[in-house]
Design a protein around this ligand. Structure first.
Ligand SMILES: [Zn+2]
Ligand SMILES: [Zn+2]
Length: 244
């Protein structure tokens, strides 16, 4: 029964992908049947604002220069407890519109192509040494309202592409808190400080946290802190986009 339901919802998703979104979410052009990526036209997808230069190793902030092992000013005082943090794109322009559709307009079929960006970024970094991929969890009532956790969709697709298991049982969200984007920078850390709970099964595992957008990195910090408190061997983090 479960597999039939799964197949039906997959077919429903595929049908929606082909039939429903007729216009590019980024530029509004009518989408051709082929030459498109989910509900994004080929030229907008190609023009996504990739981060190509050096990034802060702690929060993925794009930096000037070519020194690969640097931290931004904010992270020099208080770096995230991750070995590295990566982001594929800047959160602006077409990327902002794609992620908005992915998150708020039920264009969940962006999961596969966006996970493709994550996988590419991981391969460029050259580090695939993880026991599990862990999506940043969403509080259950929020997940129920939205219908899905976009970070989990990304993590599952990244798992298929990389062959690394996706584990949603290692970290859960136990407090709703405010939406981080509505808070000032200095309020964000307190808002998520005790929001997550890790499982003892995280112990001795090398873990990769996955999220759609990272801004100040405080959510990733809280997740990584909690996993390390439960003796995770190492924690790294990757997001589709870095907002500033
Ligand atoms: Zn377009
Ligand atoms: Zn930084």
């Amino acid at each position: 029964m479960q597999s039939i339901a799964g197949a039906l919802s997959f077919l429903g998703r595929e049908a929606a992908r082909i039939v429903l979104p007729a216009w590019c979410v980024a530029c509004g052009v009518e989408l051709p049947w082929r030459d498109r990526t989910a509900s994004c036209c080929a030229s907008c997808w190609k023009a996504l604002p990739r981060i190509t230069g050096v990034k802060c190793t702690s929060c993925a902030l794009p930096l000037a220069g070519d020194d690969a092992a640097v931290r931004c000013i904010a992270c020099q005082g208080s770096p995230l407890p991750v070995e590295w943090c990566e982001a594929s794109c800047h959160y602006r322009g077409s990327m902002e519109r794609v992620l908005h559709a992915f998150k708020f307009e039920r264009h969940d079929f962006f999961d596969e192509p966006l996970a493709g960006l994550l996988e590419e970024t991981m391969r460029v970094r050259g580090d695939l040494g993880f026991d599990a991929i862990v999506p940043v969890p969403m509080f259950r009532s929020k997940r129920r309202r939205r219908g899905y956790n976009q970070a989990e969709l990304l993590a599952r697709e990244l798992s298929k592409k990389s062959g690394i298991r996706c584990r949603t049982d290692l970290l859960i969200r136990i407090q709703a808190g405010e939406t981080q984007s509505t808070l000032a920078r200095k309020e964000r850390r307190a808002n998520v400080r005790n929001a997550f709970h890790a499982s003892h099964r995280a112990a001795e595992r090398a873990l990769l946290l996955v999220d759609d957008i990272t801004t100040t990195g405080e959510t990733l910090r809280a997740c990584a802190d909690e996993l390390l408190r439960h003796d995770a061997a190492r924690v790294c983090a990757i997001a589709v986009a870095k907002a500033v």
